[in-house]
Design a protein around this ligand. Sequence first.
Ligand code: TTP
Ligand code: MG
Length: 633
Amino acid sequence: MQITAPMRDDGRIIIHFDYDCFYAAVFEREDPKLKSLPLAVQQKQIIVTCNYEARRRGLYKLQLVREARKRCPDVIIVLGEDLTRFRNASKDNYNFLRSYTWSNKVERLGFDEVFMDVTDVIDYNVGLLNYNDLVTSFFHLDRNDPTIGFHCDASRVFGRTFPKHLESCETAAVSITNTSCNDFEDLLLRLRLGSHLAEHLRHQLEEQKGYTSTVGISTNKLLSKLVGNVNKPKNQTTLLPPYSSPQGGAASNVTNFIDDHDIGKIPGIGFKMAHKIRNYVLGRPAAFDAGLVYGPTKENVKVRDVRTLDGMGPELLGRLLAGPGVPKDLGEKVWGLINGVDVTQVAKAKAVPQQISIEDSYIKLDEVSQAKKELGMLARSLVKRMRMDLTSPIEDDNLGRDLEEDDEDQVQTGSAVTSLRWMAHPKTLRLSTRPRLALNPDGTRSRTFNRISKSTNMPTFVFGFTQGVDVIADKMVEETLLPLFHKLHPEKSGWNLSLVNLCATNMSPTASDAKDGAGRDIGRMFKKQDDMLREWKVEDVDIAPSDEDENDQQKGINGLDAGKTVVGQEHTLALTSVGSEDLLDFTQETLQEDVAWDSDDDTQNLGESCRICGAVMPSYAMLAHERFHDLPD
Ligand code: TTP
Ligand code: MG
């Protein structure tokens, strides 16, 4: 029995951006000479990304450093453990793209992806088109100034398309007239305009910010993200209509497109869910690569196999995926996803984050004195981030001018007491840890994603500006964090933590900002954040060091040939300090408690450290990473 597909709302136009070789591009922007050289960015022993010159020479993401050196001996390797520069670039690009939206619906996914809901911009432009002369259209970027915009040919899609055979000018063959505006033509026209806007934004981003990107255009987040991947890098792809098929007619382009994806490649269907679905479709446990706790699948189960399976539908999926803590409507949600339906909205840009979360992972953390030290590091990072992200300068003639350079120094030491005010107060401070499981009888250790946590009221002294960050952080440790820690781990020993997280949450806007202040201050706030981040960059370290890794990193830097460009060398500093932030890329959604658009039943799993080398990375990267440990030296 075939169950009908859920209805999709194709009234929106969503553009998804993925910056090309992002971390490498950040370094290239700092030193353009690097563009023509093979460049790779290292975290621990892994190349987390490399530029296209390096990829041309056979290097790839998540490759072991020693492999990369073997394959391309003149590769330039830079350290990318300090995330400050990536975070700054990401925020800057985000603000740039945000300035083109009217609705403010623009959402970051990690550091290098952005969704934009441009429905209102597109609809406005559709209303102004001259249908008798689509070829010489003008795309308006400003409702109040008709001169701002760019010329475009609205009779065709810009760039690549899915399906491929209807590329660019050929789509012009589908006529648009002012008398026959059915759903297909209406959607096609709006997507065409979306493709021209996307091209304009890609071009501007490259010209003004120096980043090339890969872009997808469709009607929801899921489809725009997936279709962007079709043509990489420095390209864009539009998913063409028809998006639905008439009863008994040919399959829609959405179905044709999504059906060919592996079930595990669908954002929103995480590793565990995909595993359960695979097992069901195959009628047996799906095989994995041997030798790993969680290896990559060896099976080829596509969306089509799942979607067309007899009896498949929301109920069956709901039963398959049921478990403790799993939302009741998960079956419907997943059924929607495999039919190209994604109802999640692009989140509006927020003046302040919903929460600020700082964490670090550890290879071994099993003593109270050590834990206290680490809590101090994390508390310092947290207080700094709170000051950066949650304060704005006061616009008062007596007190304030905008923050000047030297004021920023003072803010750090706490003497510029009257220049800042809080835009929001986090009311709750949460401490979470992830204890390691005991060793298995065979000496191996299973990974666990489970965290335990305790919360308390955020102490009010945190909001004072008279004391410096260090003083506040120390006080926070003594008066708040250590008591919380002892509640979580009452025993003096016997535990070993792989992760500690501090989170300032339960955000309450400050009264004066609740009305219009937050919106008014946002631009200044972002500028200040970036400036202040620059000041603190050497402390913004993300990976817990170990002696072994330290040696490795030194080799990485010293191993460069004399005369080669060496960037990021100052980040060897990173090796001697800890205190991490944003180990994982957060979406704006993940900043709001645990409703990540792309999360699955692993919602607590915000980042993992490799059980072998301790490298920290998003869980999706762990599978690939672990394979490298299986490679012979
Ligand atoms: P990606 O978008 O996966 O990679 P990319 O932008 O470098 O390359 P592409 O052109 O294929 O999009 O990830 C964005 C950044 O995130 C990447 O530059 C480095 C970082 N990253 C990690 O830190 N760990 C990881 O495991 C991966 C995959 C990426
Ligand atoms: Mg990218």
